[in-house]
Design a protein around this ligand. Structure first.
Ligand code: 7GP
Length: 837
C-alpha cells in the first residue's frame, strides 16, 4: 500500500542507512577495500588471489542482498501463488561469474579489481564449485533456478546443505577411480546466509497411536528430534531485480548433547546423539540411477521434506487464509521421487494437526504436488522397505497404508475383479520385505506428472505408469522437454561467441539471451564467408583455452589442430562409454594397419572422456580403467599419435564442462535407445556450435527436429526394437564373431592384454559377450559408420562450419526459460511477479 506504518524507530533514519546496488567502479573498489579491511581483516600488502576472490564475492553478495531483500518483501506484499522446487540436488557450480553477468556488473568489477592489482580471471579461478548434485537431475534444478529468477517467477528452491558434495575423483596410477571427500565449505561460503532464526523440529522414530475419537487422527510421539536450520542462497535473475531464494537445510542436534549422560560420565553416549543429528546433512549420496534403501538416506529425504513443508505452511499462514485454500497459493514440484514423503507428511499435518477430514486433506494434497520423472531405468525407481519406514516414520507408514486402501478401492470400482491390476498398481510391492513404490505414491498424490523429453514422456505413459494412465486419464500425464540456461551455457562459458552473436544480430545480448529463438537470425550468415571465418576462429581459440587448461592442471600437451570429440557425463552402462572406447580401439588398430600414405588422408582426432562412476559401480569403474589404459598405449604409439589422441580428464565438474563444451567439434550422446530420459549436455554442446553424434533417444530427437537430420549424426537401433533384441540375446544368441566381427576383434585385443592387465577387463568384456543388455553388439557397426560420416563431413571445413552455425541458430527451443514457463503456465498456474527497478 505504501502507507504502512514504519515498524521500528524513525523511518528517515532507517532509509538513510539503506544501501543500493553499486553501479560505478569507485563504489565497487571502495566496497572491495572495505571488505578486505573489515570482513577479512587483512592488509593490502599481503592479500593474495584467494583474498581477492573473497573480497569481490562479499562485495557482490552485498549487491545481491539488496535485490534479494526487495524481492522477498515484494512477494510478501503481493502474496502471489508461489512455486516450490524440491530437489535433493542442486548442482550450482561456481557463483561469482554468473552473479556478475546477471547483475550486469562484470565490466565494472573487472575494471575495479584491476585497479587494485588483480585480474578478474585469476579471481574467478579461486572459487570452488558448489557440487551438491550427481549429474543431470541436479544441474537441471540449477538451470531452472536461474530461469525462474530471470522470468521473474515467484519460485523458491528447497534442498539440503550437504557438508560434503559429490566426491572428488582421483585416478590412481593403474587407472582406478579413487574417491576423496569434497570439503567445499572449508574456505567459507560467501554465497549463503545462515538463518539461525529460521529453524524447525523434525521427528524420527517413536510411536504413532491412532486416536479412538473417530476422526482418523493419530498421535506421534517420542523418538529423536532434530533441528533443521535454514541457509539461504541468493538466485539473481538475468537483467532483472528479481533475486529468488534457494533454501538449504542443515541438521543439528536439538539440544547440544544429552546433559544426563554427560554428567554421568558417558561422554561418548552424549556426543553420539548429537553426531547422529549432524550426520543427516553431512554428505550427498553419490549414486545416480540406483537406490539403496539406506536408513540415513531415508532420514535425509524426510528431514528435508518435513522442514520445507513447515516453512511453506508458515508462509501460507501469514496470509491468514483458510487452510482449504492452500493449493491456490502453493505449487510444490517434486524433482523425481526423492521428496515423495512430502505427500504423506502433508496428509499428516492436515489431519493430525489441522483437524481436516481425510478427503478434504487428500484433495488439498493432490492439488498441491507435481511430479517429474527423470528416468525409466528399473533400478532407479525408488522403493523403501516397509519395515524401515515403519521404524523411522511410523505415522507415515499408517498414512501410506490408508492412501493405498482408498486408492485400491477406487481401482477395484473402475476395473472390477482385475486382481493383477491391483497388484501392479498397489503402493506396496509384495515380497520379503514388502516395499513402498515411491513412483506410484508420487503419481497418485500429484496434480500432474511429466517426463523430460517427448520420447521419455511417452515411455512413462506406456510403460512404468501405463496402468495409471488407464485409471486416471491421459491428461494428467504431460511432457516438459528439459532446457538449459543460455546465460551460463553460452554467454558465461563462451564469451567470444556471445559477443559475435550480439554483433551479428545487432542485438544487445540482454535481448537474445532471454529470447533465445532470436538466434535464428544467424542462419543467413552461414553463407557469409567472413562470418564463418570468425565463427571458426572462436572455436579454435576455445580449443586452445582447453589445451591450456589441461596443460596447467594435468601437465599434458594436447594438439589443437585436430577434431575435438567429447563424451562427458556420469559413467554408466546405459550411456555406453564402452561403445565409445571400443570405437577408439577399433580406430587405433585400423590406423596401425594403414600405410603412411593412407594415414595422410586421416582426419586427426582428439577424444576426451570425463565423468564420475558411483563408488560401488564396479563395471563403470572398470570402464574408466580401460579408457585410462587405452590412452596410455595410444598416446605413446609413434605409429598413431599424430592421428589419434585420447584423454580421460579426472574430476568432471560444472566448471570443467564450461571449458570443454565450447571447445568441442563433435560430442557423443549414444545411450541405448529409450534409456536416456532427455540429456541436457547435448543441448549445451549444440548451443555452442558443436555437432551431435547420437542415438535416436531422449532430447537428441528433438534437437534433430530443430536442426534437421542432415545436421546431426544418428545411428543405432530404435526404441521399439530394444526389447526384442534383448530377448534374442537371451534366447537365440548369435556368437559375436559372427554378428559383429569388428567388435569381436576389439574385444579379443582387450582380452589378449593389448592394454595391459589381461584378465582385469574380463568382467566388463563379458557383459558384452554375454547378455549385452545395452546392445553394444547390435549398434557397433552402425556406430562405426556414423563415425566415418563424421570424418567425411569434417573434411569439408566450410560445410562443417555452416552446420555448426545452423545448429546454434536452431537451439532456441532448449532454453530453460521456455521450460520453466511451461511449468509455470501448464502445471503450477503461477504468474510473473516483477520487482520494479
Ligand atoms: C537424469 C536423466 O538421466 C537425464 O537424461 C536427464 O536429462 C536429467 O535427469 C534431467 O532431467 N536423471 C538423473 O540424473 C537421475 O539421477 C535418477 O535420475 C533419479
Amino acid at each position: 500500500s505504501g502507507r504502512e506504518k514504519w515498524p521500528k524507530g524513525d523511518e528517515k533514519t532507517w532509509k538513510a542507512g539503506l544501501r543500493s546496488v553499486d553501479k560505478d567502479v569507485d563504489a565497487i573498489t571502495k566496497s572491495f577495500v572495505n571488505h578486505v579491511q573489515t570482513s577479512l581483516a587483512r592488509q593490502p600488502y599481503n592479500i593474495d588471489n584467494l583474498g581477492g576472490y573473497q573480497a569481490t564475492a562479499l562485495s557482490v553478495r552485498d549487491n545481491l542482498l539488496v535485490n534479494w531483500n526487495e524481492t522477498q518483501l515484494h512477494y510478501t506484499r503481493k502474496a502471489p501463488k508461489r512455486a516450490y522446487y524440491l530437489s535433493l540436488e542442486f548442482l550450482m557450480g561456481r557463483t561469482l561469474d554468473n552473479a556478475l553477468l546477471n547483475l550486469g556488473l562484470k565490466g565494472q568489477y573487472s575494471e575495479g579489481v584491476q585497479k587494485l592489482g588483480f585480474s578478474m580471471e585469476d579471481i574467478l579461478e579461486q572459487e570452488r564449485d558448489a557440487a551438491l548434485g550427481n549429474g543431470g537431475l541436479g544441474r537441471l534444478a540449477a538451470c531452472y533456478l536461474d530461469s525462474s529468477a530471470s522470468q521473474e517467477l515467484p519460485l523458491w528452491g528447497y534442498g539440503l546443505r550437504y557438508k560434503y558434495g559429490i566426491f572428488q575423483q582421483l585416478i590412481s596410477p593403474e587407472g582406478n577411480q579413487l574417491e576423496a571427500p569434497d570439503p567445499w565449505l572449508d574456505n567459507q561460503n560467501p554465497w549463503e546466509l545462515p538463518r539461525l532464526d529460521v529453524t524447525y523440529d523434525v521427528r524420527f522414530y517413536g510411536q504413532a497411536e491412532r486416536l479412538s475419537d473417530g476422526t482418523g487422527r493419530a498421535l506421534w510421539q517420542g523418538g529423536q528430534e532434530v533441528l533443521a536450520v535454514a541457509y539461504d542462497v541468493m538466485i539473481p535473475g538475468y537483467g532483472t531485480k528479481t533475486t529468488n531464494n534457494l533454501r538449504l537445510w542443515e541438521s543439528r542436534p536439538k539440544r547440544g548433547f544429552d546433559l544426563n549422560s554427560f554428567n554421568a560420565g558417558n561422554y561418548e553416549g552424549a556426543v553420539e546423539s548429537s553426531n547422529s543429528a549432524a550426520a543427516i546433512t553431512s554428505v550427498l549420496y553419490p549414486n545416480d540411477h540406483t537406490t539403496f534403501g539406506k536408513e540415513l538416506r531415508l532420514k535425509q529425504q524426510y528431514f528435508w521434506t518435513a522442514a520445507s513443508l513447515q516453512d511453506i505452511l508458515r508462509r501460507f499462514k501469514n496470509l491468514n487464509k483458510p487452510i482449504q485454500e492452500f493449493a491456490d497459493y502453493a505449487a510444490i514440484q517434486l524433482n523425481d521421487t526423492h521428496p515423495t514423503l512430502a505427500i504423506p507428511e502433508l496428509m499428516r499435518i492436515l489431519i493430525d494437526e489441522e483437524d481436516l477430514r481425510w478427503d478434504v486433506a487428500w484433495s488439498i494434497v493432490t492439488n498441491t504436488f507435481f511430479y517429474t520423472n527423470h528416468t525409466v531405468l528399473p533400478e532407479a525407481l525408488e522403493k523403501w522397505p516397509v519395515p524401515l519406514i515403519e521404524h523411522v516414520l511410523p505415522r507415515h507408514m499408517q498414512i501410506i497404508y490408508d492412501i493405498n486402501l482408498f486408492f485400491l478401492q477406487a481401482v477395484e470400482k473402475k476395473f472390477p475383479g482385475d486382481r493383477d491390476r491391483l497388484a501392479r498398481m498397489s503402493l506396496i510391492e509384495e515380497g520379503v520385505p514388502k516395499q513402498v513404490r515411491m513412483a506410484h505414491l508420487a503419481c497418485i498424490g500429484s496434480r500432474k506428472v511429466n517426463g523430460v523429453a517427448e520420447l521419455h514422456s511417452e515411455l512413462v505413459r506406456t510403460t512404468i505408469l501405463k496402468d495409471f494412465v488407464e485409471f486416471e486419464g491421459i491428461s494428467k500425464f504431460g511432457n516438459v522437454t528439459n532446457g538449459i540456461t543460455p546465460r551460463r551455457w553460452l554467454d558465461q562459458c563462451n564469451p567470444e561467441l556471445s559477443a559475435l552473436i550480439s554483433k551479428t544480430l545487432k542485438l544487445d545480448k540482454r535481448v537474445w539471451l532471454k529470447e533465445l529463438t532470436k538466434l535464428e537470425g544467424l542462419i543467413p550468415f552461414a553463407e557469409n564467408k567472413a562470418f564463418r571465418k570468425e565463427w571458426a576462429a572462436i572455436k579454435q581459440r576455445n580449443k586452445e583455452r582447453l589445451a591450456h587448461y589441461v596443460q596447467t592442471t594435468l601437465g599434458l600437451i594436447i594438439r589443437t589442430d585436430a577434431m575435438f570429440d567429447v563424451q562427458i557425463k556420469r559413467i554408466h552402462e546405459y550411456k555406453r562409454q564402452t561403445l565409445n572406447i571400443l570405437g577408439v580401439i577399433h580406430r587405433y588398430f585400423t590406423l596401425k594397419s594403414m600405410t603412411a600414405a593412407e594415414k595422410k588422408k586421416v582426419n586427426p582426432r582428439v577424444v576426451f572422456f570425463a565423468g564420475k562412476a558411483a563408488p560401488a559401480y564396479y563395471i563403470a569403474k572398470l570402464t574408466i580403467r580401460l579408457v585410462v589404459n587405452v590412452a596410455r598405449i595410444i598416446n605413446a604409439d609413434p605409429d598413431t599419435k599424430d592421428y589419434l589422441q585420447l584423454y580421460f580428464l579426472p574430476d568432471y565438474s560444472v566448471s570443467l564442462a564450461e571449458v570443454l563444451i565450447p571447445a568441442s567439434d563433435i560430442s557423443q550422446h549414444i545411450s541405448t535407445a529409450g534409456t536416456e530420459a532427455s540429456g541436457t549436455s547435448n543441448m549445451k554442446f549444440c548451443l555452442n556450435g558443436g555437432l551431435l553424434l547420437g542415438t535416436v533417444d531422449g532430447a537428441n530427437i528433438e534437437i534433430a527436429e530443430e536442426v534437421g537430420e542432415n545436421n546431426v549424426f544418428f545411428f543405432g537401433h530404435l526404441t521399439p526394437a530394444v526389447e526384442d533384441l534383448r530377448y534374442q540375446h537371451l534366447y537365440h544368441p548369435i556368437p559375436i564373431e559372427q554378428k559383429c566381427p569388428a567388435l569381436a576383434n576389439v574385444l579379443d585385443q582387450i582380452s589378449g592384454g593389448a592394454f595391459g592387465d589381461a584378465g582385469v577387463y574380463e568382467p566388463l568384456v563379458n557383459t558384452i559377450r554375454q547378455s549385452d543388455y545395452y546392445l553394444i553388439s547390435d549398434d557397433f557397426d552402425s556406430y562405426l559408420a556414423a563415425l566415418d560420416m563424421v570424418d567425411e563431413a569434417y573434411l569439408d571445413k566450410e560445410e562443417w562450419i555452416k552446420k555448426s552455425i545452423y545448429t546454434t541458430a536452431k537451439m532456441g527451443k532448449f532454453s530453460s526459460d521456455r521450460a520453466i514457463n511451461e511449468y509455470a503456465e501448464s502445471y503450477w498456474n503461477i504468474e510473473a511477479c516483477p520487482v520494479l527497478a
